[in-house]
Design a protein around this ligand. Structure first.
Ligand code: PXL
Length: 283
């Protein structure tokens, strides 16, 4: 029997709206991976277009929780970070990496801060610099196009993109430090949308596309990132994992679009889990 792998997911918990930990925990657990959580804040809902959200910051808890885990001798096969609410949290998470990085584990940073050309309401452009610094410590980063261009200090550009442009962005991101990149929001025409992957060691670019579904569904970056990490920890390579995650995310968006659910309320990923497990060859 193989040892069960363990992830620590460092994100906020938004009670309603399906993103961050309410997405990472069920998806990574379903992939058969033990999922430890380090909540960075507790909100009533995410901050994307739902006015009046509550926000309880948990910055003060990060160090004591890390220390307890260090004392227990815990280790993680992957450290997965998402929404971080302040510069101080970036510093604390960077220290967490120093404490828990091993030769064999993976640091996956999703530089959650912006989408569709706009920073989320609580962030300033300076935050992107801090996030780029955190990305330099990661093995894998998974920015969307807006986050990528912010970290590269380039102006936002709407697609469709050219292959040359996407490759330049991937090279720029690779220059920040990570060995593997998955860039989302990539499209060369208006019918397909997906992700580009880059592996520094082999200098290979790959693409994973699905049919584009109109609309900006909330929390899909977290659905994608969690499914990607679940696949990587089940020994799929980066491009295969991106293909599985694109399929899972698109299927979840399709079901939500068909149900005409409010796009701010997150996607129905739950009912895509059986097909995800088939892709992972778990059922
Ligand atoms: O899905 C990204 C995300 C996570 N957490 C919070 C958010 C957002 C995006 O808006 O507001 C609190």
């Amino acid at each position: 029997m193989q040892r069960q792998k363990r992830v620590v997911a460092i994100h906020d918990i938004s009670g309603f709206g399906k993103c961050s930990l309410t997405v990472a925990l069920p998806i990574i657990s379903a992939a058969g991976i033990e999922t430890t959580v380090l909540p960075t804040a507790v909100l009533s809902t995410h901050t994307g277009g739902i006015p009046g959200f509550t926000y309880r910051d948990l910055t003060e808890d990060i160090e004591p929780i890390s220390k307890h885990w260090k004392d227990l001798g815990l280790n993680f096969d992957a450290i997965y970070t998402g929404f971080l609410g302040s510069f101080e949290q970036l510093d604390l998470v960077s220290k967490f990496f120093d404490d828990f990085k091993t030769a064999g584990n993976i640091i996956l940073v999703d530089p959650v801060m912006a989408d569709h050309g706009k920073l989320y309401s609580i962030f300033t452009p300076e935050f992107a610099e801090g996030m780029a610094k955190l990305c330099s410590k990661a093995d894998i980063i998974i920015p969307n196009m807006t986050e990528a261009l912010l970290m590269l200090k380039q102006e936002y550009k709407e697609g469709p993109y050219t292959e040359e442009f996407i490759q330049d962005v991937l090279m720029g991101l690779s220059g920040l430090g990570p060995k593997q990149i998955v860039l989302t929001g990539v499209h060369f025409d208006n019918t397909k949308l997906g992700a580009a992957t880059y592996e520094k060691v082999t200098n290979t670019v790959g693409y994973a596309f699905a049919n584009r579904i109109p609309g900006m569904y909330h929390g899909t970056g977290d659905v994608f990132g969690s499914a990607l990490l679940g696949a990587i920890l089940n020994n799929f390579n980066l491009l295969q994992a991106a293909e599985i995650a694109v399929k899972f995310t698109t299927e979840s968006i399709r079901r939500t679009a068909d149900a005409k659910t409010d796009i701010r309320f997150g996607v129905n990923f739950e009912e895509s889990i059986p097909n995800y497990l088939k892709e992972l060859k778990k059922v």
